[in-house]
Design a protein around this ligand. Sequence first.
Ligand code: NAD
Ligand code: IPM
Ligand code: MN
Length: 338
Amino acid sequence: MIPGDGIGPEVISAALDPIEQAAAKHGVTLELERLPYGADHYLKTRETLPDRAFDHLRDDADAILLGAIGDPRVPGNEHARDILLGLRFRLDLYVNFRPVTLLHPDLTPLRGNARRIDFVIFRENTEGVYLGRGRIGDDEYVAEEINTAKGVDRIIRAAFEWAQDHGKTRVTMSDKANAVPAHKIWQETFRRVAAEFGRIDAEHRYVDALAMELVREPERFQVIVTNNLYGDILSDLGAALVGGLGLAASANIHPGRGGAGLFEPVHGSAPPLAGKAIANPMAAVLAGALMLEQLGAPEAARDLERAVKETLAAGVRTPDIGGKATTGDVARAIGRAL
Ligand code: NAD
Ligand code: IPM
Ligand code: MN
């Protein structure tokens, strides 16, 4: 565990009880270790994620559960570049899997009854503008966007394979090829990989149009695959469709390979909420469910998701979703539902 900054430690501490309880109920014991990396540690020691810690995570951990990294005292966010982006890049966790599921009908701000919002975003996680390549000159600040044949192929393939394994019938690829010439690689790769999955409807949307359509008719989407930056933005939009960042979880994984994945809420450290015991721990709990699934305990994961749904239905909710409960109240209610 890397609880990290702001509300990170609060949501991780709260989420841990239900996560361990769900695991235990299905015969899984978690051996937990808490690592100190984050803004406090960085400001005290100038260490972000030391090599020995990286090696330890790579060689000894089965999963990494992270709270959030980000602190106003580190305005350049350099510790997040090493800890969060560093783990994604250096562990080659090329899939950032971000489900968007409506867990209770009253959580969506959209009008209409019985909305069935349930899609996943496959966000490319090792390339794009996030690599930070480019140069800063006197009057030109250049950001390069890296799209490699290997990187684009493997994320698109992962999306189709997941769709096939989960009985989905449509994959939507999103880019901005009408303005960014380099995005031709997304178009070409998508066409080629889609041809191998003839039973799945392969469609394309420019990212601006997709943002609009996601608000207007999210029900029609099943699997969305896109680059690192667009996936970041669309996943916050997706979260807003189903109750907000307090409920959105993500898994950073390298499918088919052993070694640790990185599991985390989609949200950040929310500095204004820190220390008030009102942060919603459900995103962290659901990140725990994604982790248990990856660790080979899918029944424990389903159980945890069910318990979150029941807690929402019972109205035990933090203020971000209209309730008065504290972080701890919600975690205890999830525990009781288990
Ligand atoms: P944020 O996700 O921290 O907050 C955005 C909004 O959502 C705020 O209104 C916040 O109060 C609300 N919110 C987020 N999580 C919530 C929760 N669990 N319960 C209730 N409300 C919640 O995004 P931001 O304000 O843009 O970023 C704050 C810091 O976090 C920055 O330093 C940013 O870089 C960092 N960040 C880190 C991660 C990560 O570690 N994975 C993700 C996003 C942002
Ligand atoms: C996320 C966050 C990070 C990202 C930031 C903190 C670098 O927004 O995990 O969604 O952009 O990937
Ligand atoms: Mn984000």
